[in-house]
Design a protein around this ligand. Structure first.
Ligand SMILES: Nc1nc2c(ncn2[C@@H]2O[C@H](COP(=O)(O)OP(=O)(O)OP(=O)(O)O)[C@@H](O)[C@H]2O)c(=O)[nH]1
Ligand SMILES: [Mg+2]
Length: 414
């Protein structure tokens, strides 16, 4: 397949730069674009009409004229429709901005019908205000058939997009209805909901799969985990049975990314809604990533945008095997583990269940032999470690949720 040769441009007010490697990483699986050169531009103020100053715009124009092999400009900034249109007209080359790039990656990776429709809706909405202009950058996405065909064609395109958008929205509404049926079923189950959240590629899906494996679920329940950004584009919910009395629903979610374009937050609103219903959030952080602190900040602000910052949260510093730090380790609200190692998963399950159900305590009960009701209740709240069979009574040494002690004070020994 012919790779598209792209020039990468990034403008920032601080000295931050974007390296081609970071984009290659984003595109690891899609492998459609080769970045041949990069321009990192420090700017005091962004220009409304073109983002970059006119000197830089001209310089890039000259560069493009002498580099015919370049067929695409990738902007790591989001561009307004006006900037997008002006720059495309100056440079006569298709431009993908950061939002469109992320949308394209999402488009390539979406597997469920809902995710595909959500992304299509976001792409169509993004396309609409960019339509008016001589040179159709977005022709790229639709086979280039619309390049330079004038106002009439734009009107036809606009009508076509609006109609398609209406169809997509209708299909999404229908799927949302199914989602709300599933949500009702979930709340009927009365099990607490725990959501794995965090920056893309942190290891959320891997942790979900390790938890499933640890709890003996069969393989069909496993979710897709891969070393690429945005591997997960839909939420999946699984029933986790750690013990008879420690069960919960666990949901894997779409990874966050810095400055997630608002189109995408909107597009994934329904999917991300699930996070708002969670009783507990488990933030997964790739501790081996040099930018892990910034990524925690992205999670924090995304949760705020979703209106989910009040939900209790624990944090997992994952991929500790790739760092020079002590693990597995536990402190109040954080765990340092590696998803691939079972000790960390057990620690995680203990912490989740303690948060949901309170701590486990050891206790001794003395009950008459015929008290089946007690044994039935006990099974729902704890387990027997040891039994002494005495003359008329049994002495049970048990491990149970602390609320069980309060519910059954009459038989409690100590
Ligand atoms: N070395 C190491 N690799 C890990 C660990 N946990 C996950 N990975 C790898 O990290 C990559 C990403 O894992 P995923 O579980 O797909 O990440 P995710 O957070 O679900 O990513 P998105 O769905 O894209 O948001 C995979 O290649 C995993 O094998 C870990 O503890 N140590
Ligand atoms: Mg995932």
């Amino acid at each position: 397949m012919d790779l598209e040769q792209a020039l990468l441009i990034y403008a920032s007010s601080d000295a931050q730069t974007y390296e081609p490697a970071q984009i290659d990483e984003m595109y690891a699986e899609a492998d459609q674009i080769a970045i041949v050169d990069a321009v990192n531009q420090k700017l005091e103020h962004f220009v409304t009409a073109t983002l970059l100053g006119s000197g830089k715009v001209n310089e890039i124009q000259e560069y493009l004229q002498t580099h015919d092999e370049i067929t695409l400009v990738l902007f790591m900034n989001p561009l307004s429709p006006l900037q997008h249109r002006n720059l495309t007209n100056y440079w006569k080359i298709p431009i993908l901005d950061r939002t469109q790039l992320i949308l394209e990656i999402f488009h390539d990776r979406a597997r469920s019908r809902e995710a595909q429709l959500q992304i299509e809706a976001a792409q169509l909405k993004n396309e609409l205000p960019r339509l008016a202009g001589g040179y159709q950058a977005l022709g790229r996405q639709r086979g280039g058939k619309n390049k330079g065909q004038g106002e009439k064609q734009i009107e036809v395109d606009r009508r076509h997009i609006k109609k398609r958008l209406a169809d997509v929205n209708r299909a999404l509404k229908a799927l949302e209805a199914q989602r709300s049926v599933r949500k009702k079923a979930r709340s009927r189950s009365q099990l607490p909901l725990v959501a794995l959240i965090g920056y893309t590629n942190a290891g959320k899906s891997t942790i979900m799969n390790e938890v499933l494996k640890y709890c003996g679920s069969n393989e069909e329940k496993q979710v897709y985990a891969e070393n690429m950004l945005f591997a997960t584009l839909e939420t999946s919910v699984r029933h986790i049975v750690y013990s008879e009395f420690q069960q919960f629903l666990l949901t894997d979610t779409v990874g966050f990314v810095s400055n997630l374009p608002h189109e995408l937050i909107e597009a994934f609103h329904a999917t991300l809604e699930d996070i708002k219903d969670a009783d507990l959030l488990v933030q997964v952080v790739d501790r081996s990533d040099p930018h892990y602190e910034e990524q925690c900040e992205v999670t924090r602000s995304t949760l705020q945008q979703l209106g989910a910052s009040a939900i209790p949260m624990i944090t997992i510093f994952n991929k500790a095997d790739r760092c020079d730090i002590e693990w597995p380790r536990k402190s109040v609200d954080t765990l340092t583990i590696s998803a691939a190692h079972v000790n960390g998963i057990e620690m995680l399950l203990d912490v989740i269940c303690e948060r949901l159900y309170g701590p486990l305590v050891e206790a001794e009960f003395v009950i008459p032999y015929e008290n089946n009701q007690f044994l039935y209740e006990l099974r729902k709240h704890g387990r027997i470690i040891h039994v002494d069979y005495l003359e008329n009574v049994m002495r049970l040494h048990i491990l149970c949720l602390s609320k069980f002690l309060n519910n059954n004070p009459e038989y409690l020994q100590k």
